[in-house]
Design a protein around this ligand. Structure first.
Ligand code: ME8
Length: 492
């Protein structure tokens, strides 16, 4: 009997072969907004993120940096944690795959269980391997002997490996995806996934590699010549990080939402569910797939030197501005672009002139007039459809649309300030001024409730402007500092 009582949400775990960038920030910011939203709905939430620290690519990156691999991954993982903390990510656990106490025991347990079930067997494998992908490639993933992604020659490899009987589970996994037992959002990505279940896509999968070719990883139990390949290592973070084997795991599993990028959908919607079926564990309820961010129209790449550092951005613009940009500008399930020009445009138009201006004008007039106004008296259904659309957007993994709803009220309210001539009427028509301020306080209150999961610091600041979070009596107080300082955006 399941004792699940927790809303469990995960991100993928970025490779620690380099510092994380703005694309990784997007994924974890999306997960954070959803986690915060459900906490505010009163759910007990468990939000897991982590770092993927094994494999050849990482060992090579460490060598290149002239560092010991363990020291290198420590640094990279520390940086990821710093990015999360800088962005105000409310994760409950950050699991590292190099953690021999917290991660490895689950990996061994999973390996043994798959072996016991007869789903792992030893065989010989011949195929084309790409170091960049850390994977054997399929025909379609190569052109002229090169990996189509990394544009580098693939290596013909023949070796003894352990295999996972994916072929045994493929049909069942396909059915579960087809019938939305695992819900895929955005919906249009489901067809892409189902296409992957072609004949080639349903072959058994190599689950280990000879020690010499991997070096840095987790050894196969009772066979030290072999190392566990990425699947039973990285994917297992979702259960090791939730306390696999301990009572709390029963409270959390299955994951309610697993957020991943489009490039790793195949692993998460084919191999991962097959492993879970073999383990006798329930499947994640939903997998949300986001697209990729380009920078000034180009794919993010170290060699192009266009890697945007999320921490630098936060230092320049503030944490909430970065969260806002990522969650508003990039459609949640799609690709999007980052550019400084667009960032500054959003910062100026939406944050300074939109939200910031609204709050400072209303607070200034309200404080000067010295009125107190009551909120919560508007007809129940006044904002009902806005809140419904907001919630629906979050449920549909369209976080940008949730923010659009909030900004619709921002625009409407700024218009009301202008059209009512709020400044003048506090002197000329007190009754009208009170009514207008009451309406504006009500609007701002609705906006802030919507902002809480997205821009938590800003929301707290605006609550202070209204005289507190819980109170129904608003006594306006000008913010001590502008919410979105001028000059900051052009500091660059
Ligand atoms: O795939 N825009 O690690 P990773 C948006 N370790 N998202 C991006 C992105 C971009 N430009 N670039 C990468 C791995 N991502 C594995 C995952 S999970 C058990 C193992 C996303 O560092 C990418 O789509 O290459 C993925 O979801 C995440 O960042 C980690 O990518």
């Amino acid at each position: 009997m399941t004792t699940k009582n927790t809303f469990y949400i995960t991100t993928s775990i970025p490779y620690m072969n380099a510092r994380v960038h703005i694309g990784h920030a997007l994924e974890v910011a999306q997960a954070d907004a959803i986690a915060r939203f459900w906490r505010l709905q009163g759910e007990k939430v468990f939000f897991l993120t982590g770092t993927d620290e094994h494999g050849k690519k990482i060992q090579e990156a460490a060598q290149k940096a002239g560092k010991d691999t363990a020291e290198f991954v420590d640094e990279m993982a520390e940086y990821y944690k710093k990015v999360c903390d800088t962005l105000g990510i409310s994760y409950d656990n950050l699991i590292r795959t190099s953690d021999q106490e917290k991660h490895w025991p689950a990996v061994f347990a999973v390996w043994r269980k798959l072996l016991e079930n007869g789903d792992i067997y030893k065989g010989s494998y011949e195929g084309y391997y790409c170091i960049g992908c850390e994977a054997f490639l399929r025909e379609a993933e190569m052109a002229d002997g090169n990996c189509v992604i990394h544009k580098k020659p693939v290596q013909k490899v023949s070796e003894e490996n352990y295999f996972f009987r994916f072929s045994k589970y493929a049909k069942e996994v396909e059915r579960l995806v087809r019938e939305d037992v695992i819900k895929i959002l955005p919906v249009w990505r489901k067809a892409e996934i189902l296409n992957l279940f072609s004949d080639e896509g349903t072959r058994d999968v190599s689950f280990s590699r000879p020690k010499e070719t991997v070096g840095w990883g987790i050894p196969v139990p009772d066979d030290p010549g072999q190392m566990i390949y990425v699947w039973v290592d990285a994917l297992v973070n979702y259960i090791s990080g939730a306390g696999y084997g301990k009572p709390e795991f029963e409270e959390r599993w299955p994951a309610d939402i697993q957020i991943i990028g489009k490039d790793i959908a195949r692993f998460h919607l084919m191999i991962w569910p097959a492993m879970l079926l073999s383990l006798g564990l329930e499947l994640p309820k939903a997998v949300y797939i986001h697209g990729h961010i380009s920078v000034e129209g180009e794919k993010i790449s170290k060699s192009l030197g266009n890697v945007v550092d999320p921490i630098e951005l936060v230092e320049k613009y503030g944490r909430d501005a970065v969260r806002y940009f990522l969650l508003r500008e990039i459609p949640s399930g799609d690709d999007g672009d980052f550019s400084y020009a667009r960032f500054e445009e959003r910062y100026t138009a939406d944050l300074q002139n939109g939200l910031g201006n609204l709050v400072s004008r209303v607070a200034a007039v309200g404080e000067k007039a010295g009125f107190t106004v009551e909120i919560g008296n508007f007809p129940e259904n006044e904002r009902k459809s806005d809140f419904e659309n907001y919630k629906k957007a979050i449920d549909n993994f369209e976080l940008h649309k949730a923010l659009e709803v909030a900004w619709k009220i921002v625009d409407e309210s700024n218009k009301l300030v202008d059209e009512s001539r709020l400044w003048e009427i506090t002197r000329t028509d007190e009754q009208k001024a009170r009514e207008t301020l009451e309406r504006l306080a009500e609007n701002i209150h609705a906006i802030v409730s919507m902002l809480l999961p997205f821009m938590p610091d800003t929301a707290e600041k605006i609550f202070r402007v209204l005289g507190g979070k819980e109170t129904k009596t608003v006594r306006f107080k000008k913010p001590e500092q502008p919410l979105f300082p001028r000059g900051r955006a052009s500091a660059r």
